[in-house]
Design a protein around this ligand. Structure first.
Ligand code: ADP
Ligand code: MG
Length: 248
């Protein structure tokens, strides 16, 4: 159970949610807007503490944020505007104690992985939204976290860029084997990226179902269409308008 203190009283955002994330897995938190996805992700990141229950990583109960769980948000303004692309990535590594030269070479490696080598010397205001998200992903990956926590990272991008970054994220995940906890309210995105999808109901939310979609990727297959139908049904049961654009 996770909540916020509002006007001196506890307001419960997440009622009862329980799931396990396996190493190397891409797990999706899917649910309607306001159901508590960001709240859950922030709790895993260590920014807020559950009121009841617990969260643990490799058997250790979580107490505070750490570089073992790197976070990527939806907003484009998560970079330092006064640092270049390479300094944004290298700085995060310096903070965790890496030497300057090592930080710079690691930064360069991950900037290359996200296809940004040509823009390494640019400042955030000189980048498109998609490029800024790539930098945020490079910076998170460079920390070589146990887990990458992503809160609707492609939510503010145009459809074409979004679709390209979804593919790239899948490639990077396959290459690095990083474990990903990914929040979205898009069924399509959940199916394209996820191995398993934790479907949440309205706040105070509970797990409706955990759907295994690890063998589903190609949107043109029967399996994909069937899984999409099933997820739409689950979410429609929650009173969501299934024809609404966000459910694609
Ligand atoms: P989602 O990410 O699924 O859209 P959130 O986790 O942001 O949902 O929010 C879940 C619920 O918690 C909502 O009812 C929201 O209003 C409430 N909430 C979120 N952040 C705060 C906060 N800082 N203080 C009080 N209530 C909050
Ligand atoms: Mg959110």
């Amino acid at each position: 159970q996770i909540g916020y203190v509002v006007d001196g009283r506890l307001s419960v955002a997440v009622e009862e949610v329980s799931f396990e994330v396996r190493r190397g897995e891409k797990i999706i938190l899917l649910g309607p807007s306001g159901c508590g996805k960001s709240t859950l992700l922030k709790a895993v990141a260590g920014f807020i503490e559950p009121v009841g229950g617990h969260i643990s990583v490799e058997g250790h109960e979580l107490v505070k944020p750490g570089p073992d769980r790197a976070v990527v948000f939806q907003e484009f303004d998560q970079l330092f505007p006064w640092r270049t692309v390479s300094d944004n990535v290298a700085y995060a590594l310096r903070v965790t104690g890496k030497e300057k030269a090592a930080a710079e070479s690691t930064a360069a490696r991950f900037i290359e992985m996200t296809g940004l080598s040509h823009a390494a010397g640019r400042y955030p205001h000189q980048l498109s939204g998609g490029m800024k998200q790539r930098v945020a992903i490079a910076r998170a990956l460079a920390l070589e976290p146990l887990m990458l926590l992503m809160d609707e990272p492609f939510g503010s991008l145009d459809a074409q860029t979004r679709s390209r970054l979804q593919k790239e994220l899948n490639e990077i995940a396959a290459r690095t084997g990083v474990t990903i906890l990914f929040v979205t309210h898009s069924i399509q995105e959940a199916l394209l990226i996820g191995h398993r999808i934790v479907v949440l109901g309205h706040s105070p939310s509970k797990v409706e179902e955990i759907v295994d979609v690890s063998d589903i990727e190609d949107p043109d297959t029967e399996e994909f269409i069937e899984a999409r139908r099933h997820l739409r049904e689950l979410l429609a049961d929650e009173g969501e308008d299934v024809d609404h654009a966000v459910f694609e």
